[in-house]
Design a protein around this ligand. Structure first.
Ligand SMILES: [Zn+2]
Length: 99
């Protein structure tokens, strides 16, 4: 599957455009535009952009998977609601049911 688009801009003006990379090339005929596209899609830039997108997608999926866990942990870290807010009362455990 090709990620690039070849389109005619005008007389003797053909544009090859790669959406993922944002790379654009102007050529004099359709054949050269296609040829440029084939070269570009084998290039390091194009491959790197593809890899970057895979990582970005994986990262987005990972953060979505991790988010609820982080939220659950932050709830656990909150002090129990039955503890008194006055720290001096914490020392007297009898007042809040401690032993
Ligand atoms: Zn590309």
């Amino acid at each position: 599957m090709s990620a690039g688009i070849v389109r005619r801009q005008g007389k003797g003006q053909w544009i090859y455009e790669c959406r993922p990379c944002g790379d654009q090339a102007e050529t004099v005929d359709k054949f050269r535009a296609i040829e440029y596209g084939q070269w570009h899609e084998k290039s390091f830039q194009h491959a790197f952009t593809g890899v970057g997108q895979i990582f970005a997608k994986a990262y987005a999926e990972l953060s979505l998977a991790v988010m609820p866990t982080v939220e659950a942990h932050s709830r656990i870290l909150e002090p129990p609601s039955n503890l008194p807010h006055d720290p001096s009362l914490l020392n007297d455990r009898r007042k809040w049911g401690g032993r």
